[in-house]
Design a protein around this ligand. Structure first.
Ligand code: GDP
Length: 298
């Protein structure tokens, strides 16, 4: 042991200059966004220490493995047996309504009958907005007047889902955090009503998080989690941030998978989350534009 320690000690001492140069510069990279400049710099650091050109590729492959492992397996929405219920939760402005519209559109394209419930009765504009998305996506809508009891909307929507043989009932909920206690009680009640009225239906509780708000989104998530057991996260606005890595702490800290990602404001800009594809998209520089590379013909 003493001998090994002595050997290690001598080697450590001998490597001091290389190590200092390497670790000081690696420290500079900590906390930076994983963009092309990051990789260029990492490559330069490794090359300066004469670690060889293959090392950056090895480091990138290792990072990909770590990410995929941290993100877990793909977690598709549970939509059977029908009617399936999807409660959509989240703070106002995160993209709840837009996500519901996009999701309704995806499900309609998959030939499913979709019913939307406007249970954010706090703002009349929310139901109006949802009505527009219902029209665009070809979904039905249940709404009450402004100020109505959200649980009553959910009750009616559950009856309508059964009567009209809907495949999926998507519930829009209020997201005002300033009346937190009421909001949480309201969400709990909606969850109870839907489970009571549609026994046997799977209930997804999806929390919408705006990727551009980063860590703040995580704090919100903990509060919603206290109201309703979350089954998944929708991470919106990934197209507008350099901090898409937030998906890793969200998955790890909340213990629920990211199920969908929002990639723009258009009706088609919602995709199921695929951890492997995400890791590749994060780590691999953009492919050559169509017509310029071998991928063009694929
Ligand atoms: P809500 O208050 O949570 O219902 O939020 P909205 O659905 O009204 O969305 C708030 C804003 O975010 C709108 O301007 C949307 O167009 C925009 N938005 C929603 N999802 C995305 C997304 O994935 N990418 C981008 N760039 N904008 C989005």
């Amino acid at each position: 042991m003493a001998k090994a320690g002595g050997w290690l000690g001598r080697v450590r001492a001998g490597l001091a200059r290389t190590r200092e140069a390497l670790s000081a510069r690696l420290d500079d990279l900590l906390g930076r966004d994983l963009d092309q400049a990051y990789y260029d710099e990492l490559e330069e650091i490794l090359l300066r220490a004469d670690l060889g050109v293959g090392t950056p590729d090895v480091a990138r492959a290792a990072l990909r493995e770590i990410l995929v492992e941290a993100l877990g397996s793909p977690a598709p929405l549970v939509l059977e047996p029908r009617p399936a219920v999807i409660l959509v939760l989240g703070v106002n402005g995160t993209g709840k309504t837009t996500t519901i519209g996009k999701l309704a559109h995806r499900l309609r394209a998959d030939s499913r009958r979709v019913l939307l419930a406007a249970a954010d009765t706090f703002r009349a504009a929310a139901a109006d907005q949802l009505e527009i998305w219902a029209g665009r996506s070809g979904a039905d809508l249940v709404r009450h007047r402004e100020g109505a009891d959200p649980a009553a909307v959910v009750y009616d929507a559950a009856q309508a889902a059964r009567a009209r043989h809907a495949d999926v009932l998507i519930v829009d909920t209020a997201g005002r955090l300033h009346t937190k206690v009421n909001l949480i009680e309201e969400l709990k009640k909606m969850d109870r009503v839907v489970r009571r009225e549609l026994p046997g239906s799977p209930v997804e509780a999806l929390l919408v998080i705006d990727a551009t708000t980063g860590q703040n989104g995580l704090a919100q998530a903990r509060e919603f989690k206290a109201a309703v057991p979350l089954t998944g996260v929708v991470l919106t606005k990934l197209d507008g941030t350099a901090r898409g890595g937030i998906v890793v702490p969200i998955t790890q800290e909340l213990g629920v998978p990211v199920k969908l990602v929002g990639l723009g404001e258009g009706i088609d800009d919602l995709e199921p989350f695929d951890p492997e594809a995400f890791a590749d998209a994060l780590l691999t520089p953009a492919a050559a534009p169509p017509g310029e590379g071998p991928r063009a013909s694929a």
